[in-house]
Design a protein around this ligand. Structure first.
Ligand code: AKG
Length: 253
């Protein structure tokens, strides 16, 4: 008998979903070319982790972040009243080009100042991502432990904003899962799920767009780790709470 998998149950249990095909290789190529242009004009140093919240200025990032296919998955997990909290490209270059860069184990919401600490991230592969070029890795079920204490990483090259790291003791004995994806595929992770990624040991770039979403009931009660308040924008349903100042939709349909 072919038992159908209940995605919501998998999400609740594991804290992530993966292998979600959003764009065909032809469609994602168009977006990759637009990213390549941005990278060329601003340089690799900025492209690595410096493209924060560019969806307000760059139409292709807005279109990607509000794509109905992505939103459909998000709505099925957090309901129909959704705010786009932020966008961030994570672009890891081959280690011999820009040094051994990695993302230390962490939970996203720890330093975002949200109350309740509830957010999800859709991570869209712009390039093919695999073990060699440092795909994202997650600790299944770790979102059930609540917010964990983070320290500082001792290893040079952590791309996180304040060099934060959750101690590996928090998940000792649990095997990380590598989220390998083809360009145009996506994973989604819970804001409390422990995740990170290894250095890029290949000779290929590894670029992904992290798109952060919150349900409208969430507010920001203090500044995030970059000392900022988010410019969250309603992208689906209604906002009965008005916790964030209203934002102008940057690009019309
Ligand atoms: O791109 C990576 O390797 C990590 C991304 C990440 O930490 C995130 O999206 O929250």
């Amino acid at each position: 008998m072919n038992k159908s998998i209940d995605v919501t149950e998998v999400w609740k249990h594991q804290g992530y979903l993966t292998d979600l095909t959003i764009f065909s290789s032809h469609e994602i190529q168009k977006y990759r070319e637009l990213f390549d242009e941005m990278e060329k004009s601003e340089g690799q140093e900025t492209a690595e982790i410096g493209f924060h919240n560019r969806h307000f200025e760059s139409e292709f990032i807005w279109r990607l972040s509000t794509s109905p296919k992505i939103l459909g998955h998000v709505q099925s997990l957090i309901g129909s009243n959704v705010l786009l909290l932020g966008t961030h490209f994570f672009c890891k270059y081959p280690s011999d080009l820009r040094g051994e860069k990695f993302i230390a184990w962490h939970q996203d919401v720890t330093y975002w100042g949200l109350e309740p600490p509830l957010a999800i991230t859709a991570w869209l592969a712009i390039d093919d991502v695999d073990r060699e070029n440092g795909c994202m890795r997650v600790i299944p079920k770790s979102h059930k432990q609540g917010i964990l204490q983070h320290g500082k990483s001792d290893i040079k090259g952590n791309l996180l904003s304040i060099n934060q790291e959750v101690s590996p003791n928090s998940f000792s004995g649990q095997q990380p899962i590598d989220l390998t994806l083809k360009a145009g595929q996506m994973s989604i992770h819970h804001g409390l799920l422990i995740h990170g990624s290894n250095p890029n040991t290949s000779n290929r770039r590894r670029c992904g767009l992290a798109i952060r979403f919150i349900p409208s009931k969430v507010k920001q009660i203090k500044r995030n780790s970059l000392g900022k308040f988010y410019k969250a924008i309603l992208i689906s349903g209604e906002d009965h709470y008005h916790h964030f100042p209203q934002q102008q939709v940057p690009f019309l349909k």
